[in-house]
Write a protein that binds this ligand. Structure first.
Ligand code: CA
Length: 229
């Protein structure tokens, strides 16, 4: 299945060039010319990456990225006519993954797209946390979980609880099941209840996004991770 790229660019000539270059590389490309349209497309169907022009007719690409970041960790590559260092820093600070200054060669852009996708977990990846639209990213090498790009400082058990929930978003895990999957010797850790650890994981997620609670409580049963973002 080919990866889907959304190109948000109001200049048709530039959009055509990008679309052609990405098609050549085997990507499926969707194009729109305004920020509002891009939000509608994203709400209807997740994409694997967004190429986002900073100067759009209806809104600034940086603001648009901030809005997209409220619900999605999809990689974003900015296109801009301005090349100042300030723009570059601002773009990456608000959650952009890379930055290409106009004029650029289509091949260079295609290479950047591939590079960003290589370091992003694939949609079909083993872990469901790897869904392009999930704000979570499991860095297995470092035993670390990133949430909206920020590393969570988790204890061993907190890491394992969250990692289990991330495997199947929407799936309800009972406390007993979590106990069994997370703790090596449940009897030995009776005082370390699942509830206590879920509570501390939640607090750490809230420290990054105060208005979001991605872990759902199923009263009398257990916990699950939010399914859609
Ligand atoms: Ca423009």
């Amino acid at each position: 299945m080919s990866q889907r790229i959304l190109v948000v660019e109001d200049e048709p000539a530039i959009a055509d060039t990008i679309t052609y270059a990405l098609h050549t590389e085997g990507f499926e490309v969707e194009w729109c010319a305004t920020g509002e349209e891009s939000l509608r497309i994203l709400a209807a169907n997740p994409v694997d990456l967004i190429v986002l022009d900073v100067g759009l007719p209806d809104r600034n690409g940086f603001d648009l990225c901030k809005e997209i970041r409220k619900t999605s960790a999809v990689p974003v590559i900015f296109l801009t006519a301005r090349t100042s260092e300030v723009d570059r820093v601002v773009g990456l600070e608000i959650g952009g993954d890379d930055y290409v200054a106009k004029p650029f060669s289509p091949r260079e852009l295609a290479a950047r797209v591939k590079a960003v996708l290589r370091r992003t977990p694939s949609v079909q990846g083993e872990s469901n946390a790897a869904r392009a639209n999930s704000p979570f990213f499991i860095d297995k090498d470092r035993m670390q979980i990133l949430y909206f790009g920020k590393p969570l400082d988790l204890s061993r058990y907190e890491f394992r609880i969250l990692e289990v929930l991330l495997r199947r978003p929407g799936w309800v895990y009972s406390r007993d099941k979590l106990m069994e999957m997370v703790w090596e010797a449940p009897e030995a850790s009776m005082d370390r209840t699942v509830d206590t650890h879920v509570k501390t994981v939640r607090a750490k997620l809230k420290a990054i996004k105060p208005d979001l609670d991605p872990i759902l409580t199923h009263r009398g049963v257990g916990y699950s991770l939010r399914e859609s973002w």
